[in-house]
Structure formats: structure tokens, C-alpha cells
Ligand binder design. Structure first.
Ligand code: NAD
Ligand code: UGA
Length: 459
């Protein structure tokens, strides 16, 4: 069946870019993205494209091309569901913060609400596509809700996990390594494959059973995060042995069996998904009493927490064991470059630790607004909102952020940081002027020559 109307529930980092590309590549399909968050929908509809709720290179151009033609953003959820033959569920699946599985299991309440909503409203047969990242066997629960609370119509469930990375979402969507579709109904799978076929070659569309598809998404993220934790573990060993982690990464990455990607040592991975998805995998494994499997994957998170902690510990130790009353400038707050997303960013945890040691923090990030920095710190609940406001300054210019600082901590690998006038920065700082490069982006020789005391990861 050729689909004519698509509805996507969830106008977030996945729903927005993914549907924008689907709409652009399928001008004959009407795509409606719905969300309960009215403010977010209004931002997607803003005529000023710099106000879109998500910053992704290339996204604004696609929205400009498609919005109001065959791409629509709306809060009229029921209407969009009923009109569409295919409904993507792209809502958030965060780690549970309450009850059984608190701190580990994925919270599926938003998924269940979507399933119940679809069941209540739908009066014609629907293909329901799991786009969110879900624990393996979630489709069973979704199907049960749809079949038991629906209006007696047919629902086909597909799993179609998303592999885009933030900062390169549009590039990843336009040139995916593969598109994965898991399901039982060949016809439903074909309908979804046809949507992607508009730009993805058939041999890159992988068809599997639904459980393999669900589990592949968690596995892919676990493998990727594990590579980062592995190289970060080696970075600590490098610091004790005069080996250089970037050289080690290059040397091992040239082995075609290992490959060069995802071997950049850092202050620790962040983002909304790596930690949440590994915790979810660990929880699932424990549920099946697979304790060795669970322990194995849990170590990836333990290593990542250690890496964030040892970065701030090292900073404090180097600043003569006290940062109390000292201004420390954090360059970057986003969890990686080219995104305004700060979820689980290492910067949050490093700042929190330094604040516990009574440091004065100043922050500059090219894309993260001031309120977001405070919201991230307040969410931790470590101290009062007032204290965060008093001890953290968020600046609009990097030169203001570093003015009079004892140390700079580079938290995000934004390209612009490389091109700053580091001589001027040096002149504006307290001496000795320290730089802790959590991303190994600066030229060590050049920075040392200016007079900085430069510390990087694994060197
Ligand atoms: P997000 O928080 O940015 O967006 C989710 C949206 O869903 C929110 O705007 C929220 O208001 C909306 N929503 C929640 N419940 C709803 C309901 N009942 N009805 C209507 N709208 C509702 O999340 P995201 O980053 O887009 O992630 C969504 C899913 O995709 C998650 O499962 C995530 O693991 C997965 N994923 C994310 C990425 C990424 O890079 N962010 C990549 C691949 C997969
Ligand atoms: C990751 C995966 O790469 C996507 O395939 C997946 O779809 C997505 O999670 C998801 O499910 O949400 P994302 O988190 O957006 O994408 O970004 P990554 O590029 O994977 O980076 C994650 C974190 O790891 C960042 O903090 C990044 O700085 C860090 N990282 C990455 C390193 O420290 N070193 C590396 O070599 C690579």
C-alpha cells in the first residue's frame, strides 16, 4: 500500500528532523508532526527559522522548503492520527525516576499513552511504527493495548529505530548506513520501505523480525558507548605511561577490524541516549537473571562516570587543591558540537562538582541559552536555585567568560574554540593560566608557547 498521510507523535530531536526529511523526499505524502507541548509546536511553526526548537545544521533549510506544503506541525493529535494510514511514535523514553526499575528501566508511560490514544481515535486500519528507542519486546505491549482497547480495526506494528546522531542528523538521515525495519506483516514492511525508497537504496533497507529490530537499537548504542569508554579507560593509562591516547587511537583505528571512528578520548560521553539505553539494556538483562551480561554493560557507565569525575578532580588538584572562590570558565555546555542539546552533558556534572568545591563558574556556549544552563543545574537539586544563580554566570561572549578566570575547561568540541585569539585570552586570565582540554582540540605546542599550563585527556 502506498501511504498518503503520515502522522508522527513527538516533535523532538528525532521526530522533527526525521519527518522533515521524509516530507522533503516524498512531496506526495502529507506529513503531520504532533505534540502535546504547545510551546514546542509554536516554535516549529515560527516564521523566524532561527527560533526552531532544535538546532541542526541543514534543518532550517528543509523546514523552509516543506513546511506548509506537505509538512505540518500541530497540537491536534487526534485529528492527525485518524487521517493517517501510518503513525510514527517518536516520543521520549527516559530512564524511570520512580518505582520499580527507578534509575535504570526505560519509562514507557509516554509510549503507552500514545498507544491508547491511537486505539481510541483510529477508525481505519493503521500501521504503527515504533521510532522511539524501546526495550526489546515492547511491541508486544503496544499490540496488546491497540488490540484490546481499539475500535476493532487492524493494527500492524513495525519497529523502525532511528540511528541519527545529533549535530549530523540531516546528513545521517540523507545518507543512512542502513534503515532497519522489523515486523511481521510483509505488506506493512513494504509500505514503510517505500517511504524510505524515495532516497535510500533497497539494499540498505534491512528487514528483520520485530524483536531483533528493537534489540539492535539498544545494542548499537551500547557498542558505540562502549568504544568511547574503552578509549577513555586507555586515556587514563596513557596519563601514567607517557603514551598519547590520540596516537594510540590512530594506531588501533588503522586496523580495519577496529576502524577509526568513535575512538576520540573525551571528558566522557553525554547525550540523552547512551546512558539511558545502556541502563535499559542492563535492566532487561537483570530481569532475565543474566547478571554477567548486565555487569558487563554496566561497566561502560561506571567508566564514563569515572572519566567525568577524574576530569574535575584533576582540575581541582592542579589548582593547588582548591577552587574555592576561583573563577573557572567552562567553554561549551552542549553534549557535543553542532547541537543545542545539553541532556546528560558532561559539562553539567563537572560544573556541579566544581560548585560543590565553591568555585565561581562562568559558561559560554554558542548555541545553549542561559536558562537552559540554570535549568540543567537546578534539575540536579544539589543546591538551591538561588545559589546556582549566584555562583554561575552564563555569558554571551567567550572573552567575557574567561575574563579574570584561573582556569578554562573545554567541555564541547565546538570548532570556533580552536580559532579564538588565545593570546588575548591568556592576557585576560589570572596567572598561572590553566587550560583543561576535555576534548583534545587545541594545539598543545601553540598553547604552551603562549604560556598556558595545558592539560588534555590521555596525553
Ligand atoms: P524529545 O524529548 O526531544 O521529544 C519527544 C517529544 O515527544 C516531546 O516534544 C514530547 O512533548 C512529546 N510527547 C511525549 N509524550 C507525548 C504524547 N503522549 N503525545 C504527544 N507528544 C508527546 O525526544 P527525542 O530526543 O526526539 O527522542 C525520542 C525517542 O527517539 C527516544 O526514544 C530516543 O531514545 C530516541 N532516539 C533519539 C535520538 C536523538 O538523537 N535524540 C536518536 C535516536 C533515537
Ligand atoms: C548516538 C548515536 O551515535 C546515534 O547513532 C543514536 O541514534 C543516538 O545516540 C541515539 O540513539 O540517541 P548522539 O548521542 O546524538 O548519537 O551523538 P554521538 O555522536 O554518538 O555522541 C555521543 C557522545 O559521545 C557525545 O558526548 C560525544 O562527544 C561522545 N563521543 C563520541 C566521544 O566522547 N568520543 C567519540 O569518539 C565519539
Amino acid at each position: 500500500m502506498k501511504v498518503k498521510n503520515i502522522c508522527c507523535i513527538g516533535a523532538g530531536y528525532v521526530g522533527g528532523p526525521t519527518m522533515a526529511v521524509i516530507a522533503q523526499k516524498n512531496p506526495e505524502i502529507k506529513v503531520t508532526i504532533v505534540d502535546i507541548n504547545e510551546e514546542r509546536i509554536n516554535a516549529w511553526n515560527d516564521s523566524d527559522l532561527s527560533k526552531l526548537p532544535i538546532y541542526e545544521p541543514g534543518l532550517a533549510e528543509i523546514i523552509k522548503d516543506t513546511r506548509g506544503k506537505n509538512l505540518f506541525f500541530s497540537t491536534e493529535i487526534d485529528e492527525a492520527i485518524d487521517r493517517s494510514e501510518m503513525i510514527f511514535i517518536s516520543v521520549n523514553t527516559p530512564t524511570k525516576t520512580y518505582g520499580k526499575g527507578k534509575g535504570q528501566a526505560a519509562d514507557l508511560k509516554y509510549i503507552e499513552l500514545c498507544a491508547r490514544n491511537i486505539a481510541k481515535v483510529a477508525t481505519t486500519d493503521k500501521i504503527v511504527v515504533e521510532k522511539s528507542t524501546l526495550p526489546v519486546r515492547t511491541a508486544e505491549a503496544v499490540k496488546s493495548i491497540l488490540d484490546n482497547t481499539g475500535n476493532g480495526i487492524n493494527f500492524h506494528i513495525l519497529s523502525n529505530p532511528e540511528f541519527l546522531a545529533e549535530g549530523t542528523a540531516i546528513e545521517d538521515l540523507l545518507n543512512p548506513d542502513r534503515v532497519l525495519i522489523g515486523g511481521e506483516s510483509e505488506e506493512a514492511i513494504d509500505s514503510l520501505a517505500m517511504v524510505y525508497n524515495s532516497w535510500v537504496p533497497e539494499d540498505q533497507i534491512l528487514r528483520t523480525n520485530i524483536w531483533s529490530s528493537e534489540l539492535s537499537k539498544l545494542t548499537a548504542n551500547a557498542f558505540l558507548a562502549q568504544r568511547v569508554s574503552s578509549i577513555n579507560a586507555i586515556s587514563e593509562l596513557c596519563e601514567h605511561t607517557e603514551a598519547n591516547v590520540d596516537e594510540v587511537a590512530r594506531a588501533i583505528g588503522m586496523d580495519s577490524r577496529i576502524g577509526p571512528k568513535f575512538l576520540k578520548a573525551s571528558v566522557g560521553f553525554g547525550g540523552s541516549c547512551f546512558q539511558k539505553d545502556i541502563l535499559s539494556l542492563v535492566y532487561i538483562a537483570r530481569n532475565y537473571n543474566l547478571n554477567e551480561v548486565a555487569d558487563y554493560w554496566e561497566q561502560v557507565i561506571i567508566m564514563n562516570d569515572h572519566q567525568k569525575r577524574r576530569f574535575s578532580d584533576n582540575l581541582i588538584k592542579t589548582l593547588y587543591n582548591t577552587v574555592s572562590g576561583k573563577k573557572i570558565a567552562l567553554l561549551g555546555w552542549a553534549f557535543k558540537k553542532d547541537t543545542n542539546d545539553t541532556r546528560e552533558s558532561a559539562a553539567i556534572y563537572v560544573a556541579d562538582h566544581l560548585l560543590n568545591e565553591q568555585a565561581q563558574i562562568s559558561v559560554y556556549d554558542p548555541k545553549v541559552p542561559k536558562q537552559k544552563v540554570y535549568a540543567d543545574l537546578n534539575y540536579l537539586n544539589t543546591r538551591s536555585e538561588k545559589e546556582n544563580e549566584t555562583n554561575v554566570a552564563v555569558e554571551n561572549s567567550p572573552y567575557d567568560a574567561i575574563d579574570g578566570a584561573h582556569a578554562i575547561a573545554i567541555m564541547t568540541e565546538w570548532d570556533e574554540f580552536r580559532n579564538y585569539d588565545w593570546e588575548e585570552i591568556y592576557n585576560k586570565m589570572k596567572k598561572p593560566a590553566f587550560v583543561f582540554d576535555g576534548r583534545n582540540i587545541l594545539d598543545k605546542n601553540k598553547i604552551n608557547k603562549i604560556g598556558f599550563k595545558y592539560y588534555s585527556i590521555g596525553q
